[in-house]
Design a protein around this ligand. Structure first.
Ligand code: HSE
Length: 308
């Protein structure tokens, strides 16, 4: 039985426009690295080597909550050190809490005498995500765990499907240095939406899935529109609509808020277009006196994986 393992877990873009709580995909970068090491204390001990300001109380840390759920269910009382080297900032809208929870369960699983199938780790990772956000949404956890472009067709029962997408699909991402908490971003949402918005959202979600599966780039672009959350959440971002227009004018197929923000993503048809859109995004925030970082990435087919 191994005593130590290191895992890499990708960042994820969730919602993807019209897929509120239902769509998400894994990025090639950024990603978190977490090392898990068996200790002889029968407790979980946490070490944050990334200076991300993570809670180090196992009862308040998403990774430890997820790891504890898996250990308890497996009847294991061993203790573990969890060492975080996070590159996905908490509060970035890039699935930071999901990456922590998923990395912890994938790592612990590797150190168990009997390993679970990857998909069977989903409920344990979700325990961490629920603790972080106060809601059962899997559009970051599922792609972080399984990789690819994911549709959660149903939560009751959970029904997760991989969606094919065009080979030339690239994503530009900007992460401005602002901190948006998912639980706050959910509190501002209405409990009910007007029927007209529900119809528009359903049309766009169906359109996006159809566009992705048939490589219809125009349809993908026309469908990346969110009527539920984005209009409310982007009020806190300076001149979001102007930035969105600008990315579309410069070749992005579709642009939207990543998860509950503040990161923004654009789907693009080539790495060159994605690089120039990422540049436009960064300039926008610089002009508004906000530092940011950008990423250009394909959809990562690989989810969380063992690296050492
Ligand atoms: N679907 C979730 C939300 C993702 O928008 O609240 C949070 O990252």
């Amino acid at each position: 039985m191994k005593n130590e393992v290191t895992v890499y877990c990708p960042a994820t873009i969730s919602n993807v426009g019209p897929g509120f709580d239902l769509l998400g995909f894994a990025l090639e970068e950024p990603g978190d690295e977490i090392t898990l090491r068996r200790n002889d204390t029968c407790t979980l001990r946490l070490y944050d080597e990334s200076g991300a300001g993570l809670p180090l109380d196992p009862k308040k840390n998403v990774a430890a909550i997820a790891a504890a759920a898996l250990l308890e269910d497996s009847g294991i009382t061993d203790g573990f050190d969890i060492i975080f080297k996070k590159k996905i900032r908490p509060g970035s809208g890039l699935g930071s809490s999901a990456a922590s929870a998923v990395a912890a369960v994938v790592g612990i699983n590797e150190l168990l005498p009997e390993n679970h199938e990857t998909a069977a780790l989903f409920p344990y990772a979700m325990e961490g995500e629920v603790a972080a956000s106060g809601s059962f949404h899997a559009d970051n956890v599922a792609p972080a765990l399984l990789g690819g472009f994911i549709l959660i067709r149903s939560y009751n029962p959970v029904d997760i499907k991989h969606i094919p997408y065009p080979d030339d699909l690239y994503c530009a991402v900007v992460h401005p240095d602002l901190d948006f908490k998912t639980y706050e971003g959910r509190k501002i949402l209405p409990k009910n939406v007007p029927l007209t918005d529900a119809i528009a959202q359903a049309g766009n979600l169906a359109g996006l899935i159809a566009g992705l599966t048939t490589s219809d780039h125009g349809l993908i672009g026309r469908s990346v529109i969110d009527h539920f959350a984005e209009p409310l959440r982007t009020k806190k971002l300076p001149h979001f609509n102007e930035l969105k227009e600008n990315t579309l004018k410069n070749g992005a197929l579709g642009t939207g808020l990543s998860g509950s923000g503040p990161s923004i993503f654009s789907l693009c048809r080539s790495s060159e277009i994605a690089a120039s859109v990422a540049h436009i995004m960064m300039e926008h925030f610089t002009l508004n006196s906000i530092t940011s970082r950008t990423y250009v990435s394909r959809v990562s087919e690989a989810g969380c994986r063992i690296t050492g």
